[in-house]
Design a protein around this ligand. Sequence first.
Ligand SMILES: Cc1cc2nc3c(=O)[nH]c(=O)nc-3n(C[C@H](O)[C@H](O)[C@H](O)COP(=O)(O)OP(=O)(O)OC[C@H]3O[C@@H](n4cnc5c(N)ncnc54)[C@H](O)[C@@H]3O)c2cc1C
Length: 392
Amino acid sequence: VERVVIVGAGLGGMKTAEALRAGDYAGEITMVGAEPHQPYDRPPLSKQVLRGEREPVFLAQPAVFGDLDVDLQLGTAAVGIAGRDVVLDSGDRVGWDRLVLATGAVVKTIPAVPQKGGVHYLRTLDDCRELAAALHEGTRLVVVGGGFIGCEVAASARALGADVTIVEPQPAPMIGAIGAELAALIVSAHEQHGTTVLAGTGVERIEGDDHVTGVVLSDGRTLLADVVVVGVGVRPDTDWLDGSGIVVDDGVVVDDHLRAGVPDVYAVGDVARWYDVRLGEQVRAEHWTNATEMAEVAAANILGGDEVHSPVPYFWSDQYDVKLQSLGWLTGADDVRLLTVGPKQKRVALYGRGGGLWGVAGLNAAMIVRKQHANIAEHVPLDDVVAALLAP
Ligand SMILES: Cc1cc2nc3c(=O)[nH]c(=O)nc-3n(C[C@H](O)[C@H](O)[C@H](O)COP(=O)(O)OP(=O)(O)OC[C@H]3O[C@@H](n4cnc5c(N)ncnc54)[C@H](O)[C@@H]3O)c2cc1C
């Protein structure tokens, strides 16, 4: 292999470059990134960076970057693939022997909230800086969508003294990801910190000419608003692959080795929908750890390995003083047990299917969650896990 081209200079792209070098790959690496910034970490953008508590976290210091010997082309988007060339928006072409697609995801928009002053999304560092500049003590913020990003933005904005309301059409924020039992505890955390949670109602339209002044809900109420943050999810960033021959279906479709249908092309991170041998289906994930693990698998396979990506998924979310951590598969559970564990009264939910353990999530319960890895991988009987956790 003489040249690996990585499209997307985010987490998955960077980790792929690092893993290639760690695997003693000595050929060329070219990484193309649409954003003007050095590759940075996204999780702090809804947390410490948004609150002004820390600077953006770059994924590699310049010195380390030098060691990686990556030809980094920033502020340049790939617009297509022509044979063994990636075509850039400048018209330049970069030839590849192996191609890694790591373009991540872009925010979804909703027709009820057209773009105007005061309307924000949060995916990039630039988004974060614009939102941070708009949030002050007393700012009336309406967060549309109570998913991970919406809930984290709400918590950070409260810490900045904003007056925050979350609007979520489902019966509770986060419910789709973690189930009703744990979601109820997250709602309590928001309410205890003074955030208003309006669940079971959607957004009909927003008011204001050039700048938002209010949000009209589907139940008829109107909320006064200075700032609206829309957090209704993301979609894989694949539009640029139209006509390339790469198969796209809610993400770049790859096999268990992360190979796209076209020879020598791989995909990693939020953009990739891989065949998970354990589940027997194509899946996509939008979490930090998954992008990192996919990068390692793709790099190993580019270097001649035979690695399969079939993880026990992990994610976390920080809201106020609550660190939510999750391991395994929480959706599709037919039995959810909410426990209070140990002398510190940790709240932990276990997610079962067909009598076995498939997932665990806890609030400030890192050790308990992490220790379930083997039990989840082997789907140990749920009753046994509950008994062990509740044993004195
Ligand atoms: C605000 C925020 C908070 C988060 N918090 C958490 C958390 O607490 N826990 C957790 O597990 N996960 C969290 N995540 C998710 C996690 O950050 C993502 O899963 C991870 O960044 C995915 O990495 P990626 O490389 O696939 O995509 P990205 O990080 O999105 O990187 C893709 C890069 O490709 C570039 N690109 C796109 N198209 C092109 C093109 N055509 N040409 C060139 N470049 C292109 C993009 O500009 C982008 O820089 C958070 C995400 C956000 C946005």
